[in-house]
Design a protein. Structure first.
Length: 245
């Protein structure tokens, strides 16, 4: 039987994710774990290449990543994994087992991504739900383990039989990215249900990323005051030749 990793390398990306997700928690069994982890790692390597390509293209166009505050404080659009990234991933895998392999691979291979900012040709890019994935929070000095520990403790104190799953936050919602009061942050539901993580009840992490990359990192149109569509070809140029995860 051809391995999932070999099939993934051969270009069967969507089919491989379908089949791996169908395994559920058995993806963590010895017979599947190494193969599934190899797919997750390759996904993250491809994702990092996409991130670096988008950031290079944005910066060549004069884009400046900035905090979602009144001052639009400049900040990096991408911070690679820190020296402590592997330790954070190890702790998450142990604390929230079974922990989604795709999320662990992202932390180890990709780092923090923040595409909120000012685009000289598209001021409304902040209203297009720009791609943000921050598990380490490196720009703010790290400390994500302590943050997640605190959130986990509060969740356990408040949890009851009807509670929602614990959520590992990784991005503000689309409104907060634009410095508008909105809903709660985007996050991964834990414990995991298999190789991939769930963002909300039905959306897979990898599918969410593929949607963002297909739109050059700006997948939505938030029709708030001030939104205008991007200049013709801008999204397409950012997304050109990006890799399917």
């Amino acid at each position: 039987m051809t391995s999932y990793f070999a099939r993934y390398q051969a270009g069967e990306h969507d089919d491989v994710w379908r089949d791996l997700r169908a395994l559920g928690l058995t993806a963590f069994d010895e017979q599947h774990r190494e193969d599934a982890q190899a797919v997750a790692r390759e996904m993250a390597v491809r994702a990092r290449r996409n991130v670096e390509t988008i950031v290079d293209r944005l910066q060549s166009d004069g884009f400046v990543a900035a905090e979602n505050d009144d001052e639009m404080t400049p900040r990096p659009a991408h911070l690679p994994p820190s020296a402590g990234a592997a330790d954070l991933a190890d702790w998450l895998e142990e604390t929230f087992a079974p922990f989604p392999m795709t999320v662990s691979a992202w932390i180890r291979e990709v780092g923090d991504v923040w595409l909120v900012g000012e685009h000289p040709r598209w001021a409304a890019s902040v209203l297009a739900d720009p791609l943000v994935v921050e598990f380490e929070h490196s720009f703010h000095g790290g400390g994500s383990r302590e943050y997640y520990e605190g959130e986990w403790e509060m969740w356990r104190e408040d949890a009851d039989d009807d509670s929602q799953p614990f959520q590992l936050d990784f991005a503000p919602d689309a409104l907060h990215k634009a410095n508008i009061s909105g809903d709660g942050p985007y996050g991964i539901q834990l414990p995991g249900v298999g190789v991939d993580g769930l963002v909300g009840p039905t959306l897979w992490f990898v599918d969410d990323l593929n949607t963002a990359f297909a739109a050059g990192g700006f997948p939505e149109a938030l029709y708030a005051e001030g939104y205008v569509d991007p200049p013709e070809g801008l999204r397409e140029g950012l997304a050109r030749d990006l890799l399917r995860l």
